[in-house]
Design a protein around this ligand. Sequence first.
Ligand code: NAD
Length: 417
Amino acid sequence: MSTTSIGVLEAAEKQLEMAAEMLSLDRGLLEILRHPKRSVIVSVPIRRDNGEINVFTGIRVQHNDARGPYKGGIRYHPVVTLEEVTALAMWMTWKCAVADIPYGGAKGGVRCNPKELSVSEIERVTRRYTTMILSLIGPYQDVPAPDVYTDAQTMAWVMDTYSQFKGYMVPEVVTGKPLHLGGSEGREAATAQGLIYCINRATETLGMRTKGTTVCVQGFGKVGWNAARLLHEQGCRIIGLSDSRGGIYNSRGIDPIKVYEHKKRTDSVINCDDCTNITDKELLETECDILIPAAVENQISEENAGNINTRILAEGANGPTTPEASRIITEKGIFILPDILANSGGVTVSYFEWVQNLHREHWSEKEVYEKLEHKITKALDDVLDAVKKHDTDMRTAALMLAVGRVSDSLRTLGLWP
Ligand code: NAD
């Protein structure tokens, strides 16, 4: 168990307690929300390509379903722990509530290093893990999605495995599928697109110009790369980028598409033409207008929060900022777009995908993004209203809104038996 993952769960619990206190929430309701409804650990044995058997650990945590079926990604990572997945499941509950979509929160993962596995080994991990949690998932029960180091192909395998057991195709059991298997237009870039809608609203609120606005992005995966690309397209200047191997910097601006091509060839953003290599730490502390952490949790802590030099912190990743760092950053006057709001575009378009599957419909990308912009702008406005109403900061307001909505549902449902 890594100390980082313990820190993540502690951070999630602290956030809940703080919101509960500010809402004067009943102690019993707080206890219900503090505990996930179900946590499952399974073993995932697979035969490697060389004939050896390896056993991986798989986890699925279902935090709360008072507002609808559980929803949450599946990640493949060498340090996935129960604590980390529990925190992420809790954040999913809050995210769906802030976005006001009819889902609860869940998360899953397999502790493995996908970089050391072949494609067919990853397929066997996925199919075996899905089989082990088969009775817990379903279109009205728990709907998984991609997360760190999983993608549309992974979701196709989950859907196929589930469907084989059912005897018919069930596309609505997962979201984030390939387009030709019931995926939604716009899903791949949905989280980044939602982040951009939030950033644009924030820059408008702060009276900042878009053109020439300087941006640093940590993480160059699905969220980071798409966010960099979309901001570059609308005239922002991307000055820093990073991935797990390090970062790059160019004060005159970086073309994310060139970096994407470079990463495809070399497997990393580092050593890209016309850029200086920097450390990940230097990237986070670079002076810029917008800083987007889009990698993993706990990247901004007490240790570096004082050195963060940006006007807007737009959290693409889940839990990138510890509670103490968040306090320091808020005191510095940095405008925070908190994760449960800022990266809710992904789960919102996942919800659209589920609705399309259930109705056997297919919407255009234009329709998807119009609906997304409406949903996420409404969520941001609700949070800004909560900031005023409770005289508090963005993160606390978003949490209070979410915890308040989930508690309202729990209170009305009552406790069975
Ligand atoms: P991804 O696997 O596509 O990309 C992750 C990126 O982060 C990779 O470029 C990796 O090299 C980099 N990275 C990992 N550790 C790093 C480190 N210590 N420093 C710098 N870079 C590092 O994952 P993703 O889907 O882009 O997810 C990124 C974050 O966004 C995660 O926290 C995830 O939970 C969150 N998120 C993703 C979605 C989505 O739709 N994909 C939705 C909401 C939230």
